[in-house]
Design a protein. Structure first.
Length: 156
């Protein structure tokens, strides 16, 4: 990995990186995060009785949509033809664990798409339960692993 900031040009200005000379390769990224919730709200989510509906299904769909909208949300991201997005939301002892796997065949990576999927899924969970659990919080959103391109495989 280079120490240079690729989104900064010689003048110190932010710019979109030129990836036109890169090879198209299969690239993947896995990101995770968690929404911490009260036991009462977790029980409602687990048994499907949350007042606003199926929290986990709604969060999964929102996460997929979020990944697809990443270049509209993050100014220097390239628009990508995403081949696969999987968003999983699982009830844990203290919250909902979220993971997002994104895959493409393209010239740049999909870490931001995976992170966006997790973040949007988490925000959706918060939106659906905020009246029941004002202390709900999003924690530990991060890339766990990525593969493809010049830098190859990386795992946390």
């Amino acid at each position: 990995m280079s120490d240079a900031l690729t989104h900064i040009n010689a003048k110190g200005e932010a710019h979109m990186v030129d990836v036109s000379d890169r090879d198209v390769t299969v690239r993947t990224a896995l990101a995770t995060g968690k929404v911490l919730l009260s036991p009462k709200v977790l029980a409602l989510i687990a048994d499907g009785t949350a007042p606003k509906g199926d929290v986990l299904a709604t969060a999964r769909i929102a996460g997929i949509l979020g990944a697809k909208k990443t270049p509209e949300l993050i100014p220097l991201c390239h628009p990508l033809a995403i081949s696969k997005i999987t968003v999983d939301c699982d009830v844990a002892q203290d919250g909902v664990k979220i993971s997002a796997f994104v895959k493409i065949a393209d010239k740049t990576g999909v870490e931001m798409e995976a992170l966006t999927a997790v973040s949007i899924a988490a925000l959706t969970i918060i939106d659906m339960v905020k009246a029941l659990d004002p202390h709900a919080s999003i924690v530990d959103v991060r890339v766990e692993e990525k593969d493809g391109g010049r830098s190859g495989a990386w795992k946390r």
